[in-house]
Design a protein around this ligand. Structure first.
Ligand SMILES: Nc1ncnc2c1ncn2[C@@H]1O[C@H](COP(=O)(O)OP(=O)(O)O)[C@@H](O)[C@H]1O
Ligand SMILES: [Mg+2]
Length: 405
């Protein structure tokens, strides 16, 4: 794998990960690997197992599909080959244990190659050099992948990567800090209060803190229904719609397993309009696609009132993506403008999906920003670009070309 095939850029497609969105990332990567232009790129799929080990998987991610009801998972198996990074080698420091030598821990340590790095150097060791890496495409959602952690590692290593840098990734992973930066840039965000639940009394399931919670919500003038959600996390995990004051504390407690910083927001009556942003030249204005809307096709059960995990990922018949959203053109333009401003406000790079609420009176509020949005071919991000004149494969090509060495 050491010599790059003629004119092809070798790209590590990093997927899986330790976050709750592990399986979604696997599916996003599968889609990307099916679509990537193999005349121009040589993708190297590197999986991060749920426990955090990096491996060359013994399964082909291309076989994973959204909608076939299977939630793929990468684990350390006998057939998977641990991947190691030799920090001394910088950007070209990616190695994998040879097949059959799958002793992830101790065996992997100390197999690094010294001196000038050539394929020959590594031949008599029990690991294989993955060769010159032109770029990494981290198709990771959620914690450790979309939050700046992996970006920091790649930055330290000096390997170019697709997407937002450390700051934008970290800020957008935390809905509280996203709102602070957006508000400072004059962009409307959902009104709400934020709690640090670490000091709250777990033994009473936060009932002992009811006074503080209800008091802050009342002082902020928030009206029911409220939405309670963890500051980080995603895919609607831990999100609860609260209709009555007596259910608020339980909802805050329910968010706590996902993050100790918890937002209580006023429920916004509006349409959820999402805008894909693409920036392949930091000197130019970011490009925005026609905003889209997820249209729920049926309510599956009582209480299924918002776009929850199942509607998003499991039940593909529950919703469909509509681009452009059925809104007047000037409203769509307004959303695009807000999305481009939001991209710059958080120091975005590469790609981002800005999710907004558009209210009856024309107000556009940003709800949240995803720096690595769902990336399957039927996800909003690629669909929005396809509807705006840039096909999925071209989006991938442009993103990689803009960073690869
Ligand atoms: N303030 C709010 N008003 C109305 N609906 C909300 C609000 N906050 C969240 N929701 C609903 O909950 C869903 C998930 O919340 P969101 O903030 O997007 O978190 P996630 O990162 O899990 O996608 C949204 O798509 C929306 O349907
Ligand atoms: Mg969301």
């Amino acid at each position: 794998m050491s010599e790059n095939p003629k004119n092809k850029k070798r790209v590590i497609v990093l997927f899986g990960g330790r976050a709750d969105e592990h399986s979604i990332s696997c599916i996003s990567a599968g889609s990307l690997l099916r679509a990537i232009d193999r005349d121009r790129f040589e993708p190297v799929p590197v999986a991060i197992a749920k426990e955090g080990q990096w491996v060359l998987p013994d399964v082909d991610p291309c076989e994973w599909n959204l909608g076939d009801g299977v939630m793929p998972e990468v684990n350390m198996t006998d057939g998977s080959r641990p991947v190691m990074i030799d920090m001394a080698k910088g950007a070209d420091g990616f190695f994998a244990l040879l097949p059959g030598d799958n002793k992830a821990g101790s065996a992997a340590i100390g197999v690094g190659v010294s001196g000038d790095m050539t394929a020959g150097d590594v031949e008599d060791t029990d690991c294989e050099w993955l060769g010159h890496i032109d770029a990494v495409f981290p198709v990771l959602h959620g914690e450790y992948g979309e939050d700046g952690a992996v970006q920091g590692l790649l930055e330290t290593l000096g390997v170019p990567y697709v997407g937002c840098g450390v700051l934008a990734s970290a800020v957008c992973m935390d809905k509280h800090f996203t709102k602070i930066l957006l508000r400072a840039a004059g962009i409307a965000v959902t009104p709400g209060v934020t709690f640090d639940a670490r000091p709250f009394d777990q033994s009473s399931r936060f009932e002992a803190n009811a006074g503080e919670i209800l008091g802050a919500v009342a002082a902020a003038g928030l009206r029911y229904p409220l939405f309670v959600k963890p500051a980080w996390g995603g895919s609607s995990f831990g999100v609860t719609k609260v209709e009555r004051q007596e259910d608020l504390v339980a909802a805050v407690y329910a968010a706590y397993p996902y993050s100790w910083r918890i937002l209580v927001e006023q429920g916004i009556e509006g349409r959820e309009i999402e805008c894909a942003v693409l920036s392949t030249n930091p000197l130019a204005e970011p490009r925005t696609a026609w905003p889209g809307e997820i249209v729920l096709d049926h309510k599956r059960s009582e209480g299924d009132e918002f776009y929850d995990f199942d509607a998003k990922y499991i039940d593909s018949s529950a919703s469909h993506v509509e681009v452009p959203a059925k809104l007047p053109t000037e409203m769509l333009q307004k959303v695009r403008d807000v999305a481009a401003r939001a991209f710059k406000a958080v120091d975005g790079a590469g790609l981002m999906r800005v999710d907004t609420f558009v209210q009856e009176d024309g107000t556009v509020m940003v709800n949240e920003i995803n720096t690595m949005p769902g990336f399957t071919s039927i996800s909003m991000y690629p669909k929005a670009w396809a509807a705006s004149g840039i096909e999925y494969q071209k989006v991938i090509t442009e993103l990689i070309d803009s960073v690869a060495r």
